[in-house]
Every structure is written in structure tokens, then in C-alpha cells.
Design a protein around this ligand. Structure first.
Ligand code: 4NP
Length: 169
């Protein structure tokens, strides 16, 4: 008998989640790492796939920012293997949830998004209404990596709860 704690109910397609920021070196890789850990902890690694990307081409192929890595490492999350990539049009067919870190990046995603696929795009902090904020601040310019981590983590809990309800996982 094969025993697995990876749940992927028969017939249910893999649910794919893409986190998007500007550079794909601070906020979205942080979100990818947090969300993947939550998915693993809840036994859903076989049901939910996670990735991240940036709307710019500035850091393609590069690792996450050192401070973003250190902040995540201090919370038990290793971002070291991630490499930046840019969003592309087919992301809107491959991913069910495209999560923008702020309104600026949401606008860029909407401009890239094929007609009819816009419903896939959500603002990250719409899953953390208790934060009272709309945009995840950009720590590359504003610092406060810990605060950014906390905001993203809160939203990741909300997003996963929403996905579990919507897809009865
Ligand atoms: P991120 O932060 O969008 O959270 O990855 C940034 C990273 C790099 C730059 C801007 C924002 N940059 O100007 O290179």
C-alpha cells in the first residue's frame, strides 16, 4: 500500500498559484516560499502548485535579495534555490490564481492579460483584509522586510483558506 500525505483528490486538477511583484527578488519569492510551506504543512503539495515572477526583466535568472532570504531563513524558509523570471502571457492560462503584490503590478498584469482571463488576477492583501492595507510595500526601496514578511504571511493564510473553500480541498 502506498501511503502519502499529499492530497490530490482524483479528478481534481492541480491548482496553480503565481505570485507577482516587480523584480521577483523580494516580495513574490517571499510569498512563494511562505505559501509553499503552508501548502506542505496542510498536506496539499500534490494539489497546489506554486511559482513566482516579476513584471520587469531586471533580475531575470538572479537569486532572491539577500535581506529577503535572511528574513525568510529566520522563519525557517529557504529561498536560496529560487531564480527570478518575468511574467508572460501564457501564465494567464497556466495559473488559476495570479496574485499581484500591489496595484502597480496589477495594472501591468492587466495590460498583459489576454481577454477573458482577468478574473485570475487578485491583489495579495485582498486576502488579508484585517491588514487595512491595499499594497504590500516594496522592501527593496522601503526596507522593513520583517513587516513585509508578516503581511504576506497573513495573506497566504487567507488565500489558502479561500482556495480550500472554493475547491473543497
Ligand atoms: P520586488 O522588489 O518587486 O519585491 O522584487 C524590487 C526589487 C528590485 C527592484 C525593485 C523592486 N529594482 O528596482 O531593481
Amino acid at each position: 500500500m502506498i501511503i502519502t500525505n499529499h492530497r490530490r483528490p482524483r479528478g481534481n486538477p492541480l491548482i496553480r498559484v503565481l505570485f507577482v511583484c516587480l523584480g521577483n527578488i523580494c516580495r513574490s519569492p517571499t510569498a512563494e516560499g511562505i505559501f509553499r510551506k503552508l501548502v506542505d504543512q496542510q498536506g496539499l503539495a500534490g494539489a497546489i502548485d506554486v511559482d513566482s515572477a516579476g513584471t520587469s526583466d531586471w533580475h531575470i535568472g538572479g537569486p532572491p535579495d539577500e535581506q529577503a532570504q535572511a528574513t525568510a531563513q529566520a522563519r525557517g524558509i529557504d529561498l536560496g534555490g529560487l531564480r527570478a523570471r518575468q511574467t508572460r502571457t501564457d501564465d494567464f492560462f497556466a495559473f488559476d490564481y495570479v496574485i499581484a503584490m500591489d496595484r502597480s503590478n496589477r495594472q501591468k498584469l492587466l495590460a498583459l492579460c489576454p481577454a477573458g482571463q482577468q478574473d485570475r488576477i487578485h491583489l495579495c492583501l485582498s486576502f488579508a483584509p484585517e491588514s487595512g492595507k491595499t499594497d504590500v510595500p516594496d522592501p527593496y526601496y522601503e526596507g522593513r522586510f520583517d513587516r513585509v514578511f508578516d503581511l504576506i504571511e497573513t495573506a497566504c493564510f487567507g488565500l489558502l483558506a479561500e482556495i480550500r473553500t472554493t475547491h473543497t480541498l
